[in-house]
Structures are given as C-alpha cells and as structure tokens.
Design a protein around this ligand. Sequence first.
Ligand SMILES: Nc1nc2c(ncn2[C@@H]2O[C@H](COP(=O)(O)O[C@H]3[C@@H](O)[C@H](n4cnc5c(=O)[nH]c(N)nc54)O[C@@H]3COP(=O)(O)O)[C@@H](O)[C@H]2O)c(=O)[nH]1
Length: 759
Amino acid sequence: MTASEDAPAGSHLILIVDAQPAELAPLVHLLEQRGDRVVVLENGEQALQYVQHVLPDLVLLNVMMPGMDGPTTCRHLKEQEDLREVPVIFMTASDDNAQTLACFAAGGVDYVTKPFRIDEVLARMHTHLALRWTQCRLAEQNEMLQREVALREEIESYLQYAYELLEERVAHRTEELAQANAQLTAEIDERRRVEHSLRRSELRMRRLIDANIIGIYFWEADGRIVEANDAFLRMIGYTQQDVLAGQVRWDQLTPAEYQMETERGIKELVETGCFTPYEKEYMRKDGSRVPILIGGAVISQRQKTGAAFVLDLSERKQAEDRIRYMADHDALTGLPNRALLRDRLQQALAHAARTHTNAAVLFIDLDYFKHINDSLGHQVGDASLRFVADRLLHCVREGDSVARLGGDEFVLALPLVGGASDVAMVAQKVLDALDAPFHCSTHELHVAGSIGISMYPDDGRDVDTLMRAADTAMYYAKEKGRRNFQFFTQSLNKAAQRRHQLTMALRHALTRGELMLYYQPQVTLESGAIFSAEALLRWKQDDEPPVPCHEFITIAEETGLILPIGEWVLRQACEQLKRWRESGYTDLTIAVNLSPRQFFQPNFQNMIVDVLNETGIPADRLDLEITEGTLMHRTEDNVETLTQLSHMGIKLSIDDFGTGYSSLAYLQRFPVNALKIDRSFVSGIGQDSSDTALVAAIISMANSLHLQVLAEGVETLEQIDFLQSHGCPSAQGYYYSKPVSADAFTELLQRQGWQTLEA
Ligand SMILES: Nc1nc2c(ncn2[C@@H]2O[C@H](COP(=O)(O)O[C@H]3[C@@H](O)[C@H](n4cnc5c(=O)[nH]c(N)nc54)O[C@@H]3COP(=O)(O)O)[C@@H](O)[C@H]2O)c(=O)[nH]1
C-alpha cells in the first residue's frame, strides 16, 4: 500500500499561515474544490491560538512573517503534544540553505519555494497528508497491535493462569484420583476380604448347622421345612430326601394339643421377630413323640421365612424322670420312699374320707436283720432287702403301696380295706411270705418281720398320726417276741408316750445322779467262786420305779446318750474295782458292757486308757463285753481295735453269743478271750433240743479254740450240771445271784470267802 493510493483526497483541515494570503488564493481555491477545508491565518500567534481549539491535518507555514517567524511558530506548534505529528510544510521565497536547515530543525517536514507551482505544492501536501494518514493508521494499527499484544499478553497470562489452575486442578484431581484409586483399591481389598470372610463365615455357619447337636431347620411361608440339619432329621426320623421332596412341614410335626403354645409362639414371632423358647413335643415320622425345646427367629418378614432351633429333651426328660424317680424311690429296692409314701397315703386318706372307707398302714421291721448285715456283709444284706421288697410286692393288690423307709423298715399302705380282719389277713400273708427261706450266693437265709398296724380313721386321721401309731404297734410286736403283727391300741399309745418321756428324762439322768451300777457275779462252775463282777446299769428316778435296763439302754443307744453314760459306767466300775482291790480282792475282774456306738467311737481306746490310768486298774483286770453283732460289723476296724486292746492286756468277751452269725473263721480272726453263751439258749437247756445242742456245740467250739466260755442266765442246777458235764468252766445267773448293789456284792465276796477260795 502506498500513501498516494490510500491517502484520502479532500475533507482535510488545512491551516495556512502567511502574511500575504492573497498569493495563496489559487491554492486555497483548488484545495477547497477538492473538498478540503482551508483556514488561512496571517501570523504565527494567530496560528498558535487557533490550534488550541482545532487540530489541523496539515500546516502550510510561511518562513518569513512579521512577528513570530515560521520556524519559531513551528517549534511552538510542536511543543503541543497532539500537533507533534501534524506535518508542517514551510513556504519560503529564499533558497538559503541555513534557512532550510532551520525549518527542518524546527520540525518542518518539507518546504516549497515561492513562487511555487501549485501542482507541486499539492503533490507535496498530498504526500505528507498521505504520510500523516499512514502514520496515523500505523499509529492506530500500532496501538491496535499493542492492545492486541496487551490483550494477547493478558490472554496469555490468563491462559497461563488457567493453565496453572488447570495444572493445579489436574494435580489436585490426579491426587484425588490417586486417593480415590487407593480408596477404591482398599475398598476392593476390603470387599474381597469381606467376601472371603463372608464365604468363610458362611462355611463356618454351614458346618455349624450341619454338625450341630441342636436341630436346626429353615421354614417358608407355606409351613414347609426347606432345609434341615442332620441333628433335626435324626430327632424326627425324616431324611434329607423327605425335606427335598417338601414332605416335612413344621405345623404337621406339632401334635394338636400344643396348638395354643404354637400360636403364642407365632404371635410373638410376628411381633418381635423371634419367640421365647418353649417346650413341647414333635411327632416323629413313625408317629412316636420327642420332647423338644424350640426357639426361632424370622429371616425375612416380607417373604415370611425363618429358622428354628430345636433341642432334643429326651435325655433331659429321662434324667429328670430318673431324678424324680430317685427322689421318690429307694435306690436299693426301687420301692417308693418315705416322701412318696407320704404322698400316696395322703391321697388314700383323702379318698377314704370322701368315701367313708377304711385305710390301713402296716409298719414292718425285719427281725435280726442287723445280724445278717453285720455277719454276712452288706451285699448279702442288700440282697435280703431286695428279696423282702419283692415278696412284699407279691402280697398286695393293685392300688396298695409298698415303701421302704430306710434300713430294714418297710411300710404297706392299704387304701380301701374292709376292716381289721382283712388287714390281719394281709399281715399274715406278709409274715408267711417272709418266712420262706431264700438263697443268696452260698447262704440260705431266713428273714422275719414284726408288723405294727394302724387303721384310718380309728387310730388317726392324718399320715403322721397313723405312721406313729403303726410304728408303736410294730415295737409292741417286737416286744411280743417278733415274727408277729400287732394292731395299734390306746395302751400302746401310752407305751409310746412313756418312751418319749423316758427319752426326755434320760437326758438329765446323769447330772441328776439317777444312774447307778449293780454288779452280778461271774463264777467258776467247779467251785462257785466269784472271779468277776459284771457291771449292770440301773436307773431310778425320784418317786418312780426303776426303769428296766433293756428299756432305757435302747433309748440311750438310739439317742447317742450311751456315749457319756457308757464312759460314766466304765469309770464307775473301775473306781468300784479299785475299792474292792483296796479291800484285798486284787484278783477280781470287772466286766463292763460296751455298746456298739462306744466301740466305734474314734477316741474310744484313749478313753479306756485314761480311765485305767486314773483309777490305777491293771488292764488285765478289765473285761470288755461286746455283742456278737458289734463284732461282726466293720470287721477290719474291729480286728485292729480289738488287737490294740488285747495288746494292752484287756480281756475281751463276746456277749450274747449264739444270737448272731459268727463263724469259726471269724472267731479265729479276733483276739477275744471268752464267749458268753446267750441266756436264751441256756434257758432252753433240757427244754429245747436245739438250744441244748447249740450250747453244747458252743462250749465244744470255745474249748477247741482255747477260748474261755461262760454261760449266761444260769438259773437251775440242771443247767449247771449240763454245762459242767459239757466242759463249760464258768457261769453267771440268778442261780448264783441277781445283779446287786456294790455293797451287797462286797457282802457276797465276803460271804463266799472268795479270798480263801482264791488262795
Ligand atoms: N451297753 C451297756 N449295756 C448294758 C449296761 N448294763 C446293762 N446293759 C445291757 O442291758 C441289757 C439288760 O441288762 P439287765 O436288765 O441288767 O439284765 C442283765 C441281767 O440282769 C440279766 N440276767 C443275768 N442273769 C440272769 C438270769 O439268770 N435270768 C434272767 N432272766 N436274767 C438274767 O441278764 C442281763 C445281763 O446280760 P449280759 O449283758 O448279756 O450279760 C443287757 O443286754 C445288758 O448287757 C451297760 O452299762 N452298758
């Protein structure tokens, strides 16, 4: 693009400054013809003033003017910022180089020399206007360019900022993505772990269900059991195939009578999502029933599915039955025990009261059972009790009860009996049944019983009264010689009351000084000389007749009072012997009866040693009488105790010999010195052939075992003759003397000249 091509012609503001403007009229005219606006001013001052307000596009300035010349005017114009680029063309009539230079130095762009050719001036003006125009365009373009550069820079900086922001965002996002990625990886890992753990948990759950001893099943809305473990299937007798075939339904397993409990369970299940375990029964496939404890929970309320946990209670029920049975029954015989008997009796009495009928209680105590136990051992004893139980069961009707209270005590409870004669028949039947011998290992055994009978309502209207009455009657039967039955009577009641009173009174007998000892001589049969005194206890309360020994000794043994009383007896007897020894009867022996309870006391031997030490009695002057029954009980302990006593020098005699079941073998094991033949056999001498034979056999046996033998209860000369002729060396009995006081015994000693005889 050239200035001439692009410079617009016309429409410019041309300022002409010249002192003779007329010379410029043709130029002005041409310019205005072209469309330019021409302002002609005559001097520099006017021009400077004019440009204050209007900006010309080109200035034609005469060099030589009056006042301010052209170069000065030009310099002032150029001082004005917006005129600095406006082209100034000088007009001059001189061709002085210095002037020309001054014009250019003042800021002129050109000059024309007067007189000038108009076309040249126009050409020069056109050139400078075009130049100026181009300059302006360039300036504009430059400005535009600068703006664009600035804009671009701004954009660039914005872009940089945006880039940085983006970078930052990218970094941030990258970090976020990295974090998200890490989180995702962690979540994936966690998910894998959870899945693994879930699989393991499910496996464990599956194993737990499959191998559980508790039955577990899963049910659906229609009642079908869709899955069940083996424990449950075993319980109800179905198979996995039955379950798969949809043949097992929980509602059909439940018997109709459990409908209410089941509905309660379902209600709770619906309300709370589970139900409290409760007990009921399920019907097995074979129709039998199994007691269960069932609990359960909903798995999906919407789908109405759930699980049930079923515990087989068969064993627990059996155990409970067993425990209940054991609580109610005697372990040895299987018969009802006291508690169950009481229950049944109460029912029987209630029924009898309603129907105005009678009922009876038969209290049976076996005779001499203790001997069987003591002599043949507990196994034989137990077998005997089972045998008795069996026989008693055969004596009663359906509805009657046979119970064992413990030991050798049995009770028959007979509801609905007619009267006393019917009961007597039953009692006799029992006695007969017991009478028949039975065999236990190598032994042929006989048991017999004493029976006491009480009747409802005559003898009592409640269980306790009737039991007490039958017990009392049983004691009476014992007293009447055993192996019989006795009905309760009011007089027996009195006896029972007396027994109670005696028990109470005996507790104070020692402290009240009501006990004393009597002494019965033991003599050598050949000479009749007294060699020993048996100490026998007597009890005399103020203003009361003496209480028979057999009566209160039994009570003392039952209550345990025999322990302090027995010690008192031993001490008293030894003190009395000491007195006799001090009187010169130094070879006299004192015989003291020992109760089994004393014998089995832990400090028994110490007590004897203490008494011997306190009284100064030599051990070989003391003769301890132990019953055969005591000896046969706890035999190993006995051997040890007796051996120790024997080593101390104490004499040992077996009392009431013959009433028990001691054998030769037993006797050889014990370090005993003498046998005392029971007076029941001695009294039978010459009267009863078996008693007579037994006495002879005992004497013979004692002699062959080198044991002393003494016959008890000798009352007649005939007995003495028999005993002597059969080699019995010593005796005791009313024939010689009844038990007497210590003083009376001293007189006996003196009267018989015992010392002389002894010498
Ligand atoms: N543990 C203790 N038992 C004792 C003590 N004192 C006595 N007893 C025992 O009491 C039972 C009854 O004794 P008791 O009433 O004294 O009878 C004795 C004699 O009186 C009686 N006896 C003696 N000779 C005859 C006779 O010829 N005929 C006859 N009908 N009875 C007679 O025998 C009893 C003595 O028996 P035993 O002891 O077997 O030698 C009795 O079992 C006593 O043992 C005691 O302190 N402790």
